[in-house]
Design a protein around this ligand. Structure first.
Ligand SMILES: *Cc1c(COP(=O)(O)O)cnc(C)c1O
Length: 274
């Protein structure tokens, strides 16, 4: 979330007298690299709007040693199968507001009243994690720092490969005090340096070698379901990153022979292009 676009959005609703419609600010720590929380919190506090951090991808990442997910009123982590640690499915909501967490826990367990029989004064949900998944999660928490090290090593390895072949790819830069978990090794192939078709050509080239890579997330304002919504962020960064960004293989368990294959693939593409 760009703090400038956030300001623009809030000013827009303020001007229309619709600020009360804005219930929450929801920044996302994309690909495991913390977003600019100090600026976002400053704006949120100015407008007195609660912040819910989507830290689904960034468990283990920190800003000045403080974990992502702990800056806003709430933080959300995902333990889905593709995340840095997993319980196969599910996640966690965190907050330092005990009352609200109690309420969330109640809503997640069908909003049962405190009675020996099943009684409900509110409509709840069946969102709780099973004890089996929770058991897996507790074990996974113990290897989190290990996983972060592995993912960070992946990212560094790609950077070294790019340095070797002279590719200038800068994206997901760690600003001062920021520590990314490098959940995905995501890179931006600036069309002004690499040309318009480079990213897609690289993706297809690797695909031929049975090496899967993917474009970055499609921005929300380009999702068909949100086509009718207003979009703030006139510089179209998200769209550009979607068009020219690529996620390279990023598993914590990449084997050495797989790395050899990936590196050879990237080198072969580089040779083909030069
Ligand atoms: C994975 C993910 C989610 C969804 O998490 P689930 O546990 O799969 O529901 C939400 N936001 C981001 C940014 C994610 O990467």
């Amino acid at each position: 979330m760009c703090p400038r676009a956030l300001r623009e959005a809030l000013a827009h609703f303020e001007q229309k007298g619709e600020l009360a419609k804005v219930k929450v600010i929801l920044p996302v720590h994309l690909y495991g690299t913390p977003t600019n929380m100090s600026e976002i919190m400053l704006i949120a506090n100015e407008y007195n709007i609660p912040v819910v951090e989507d830290a689904a991808e960034s468990l283990g990442a920190t800003i000045n040693k403080k974990h992502t997910g702990t800056f806003g009123s709430f933080g959300v982590y995902s333990f889905n199968g593709n995340k840095i640690i997993t319980t196969s499915g599910g996640g966690a909501l965190i907050s330092d507001n005990e009352e609200q967490i109690k309420l969330a826990r109640k809503l997640a367990t069908q909003a049962r009243d405190d009675a020996p029989h099943y009684q409900h004064s509110m409509v709840g949900y069946n969102y709780r994690m099973s004890n089996i998944c929770a058991g897996i999660g507790r074990g996974q928490m113990e290897v989190l720092s290990n996983r972060v090290d592995q993912r960070r090593a992946n990212f560094e390895r790609y950077q070294n490969i790019f340095k070797k072949i002279g590719w200038e790819v800068s994206y997901q830069i760690e600003r001062a005090g920021v520590y990314s978990n490098r959940w995905l090794s995501a890179f931006y192939f600036d069309p002004e340096i690499f040309g318009e078709k480079f990213r897609e050509d690289l993706r297809l080239f690797l695909d031929e070698l049975n090496i899967e890579s993917r474009p970055l997330w499609k921005p929300m304002h380009l999702q068909p379901v949100y086509e009718h919504c207003i979009y703030f962020g006139g510089d179209n960064n998200a769209e550009r990153i979607f068009n020219y960004g690529l996620c390279l293989p990023s598993g914590s368990n990449l084997r050495e022979d797989e790395w050899v294959r990936i590196e050879a693939g990237i080198l072969a593409f580089s040779n083909k292009m030069s």
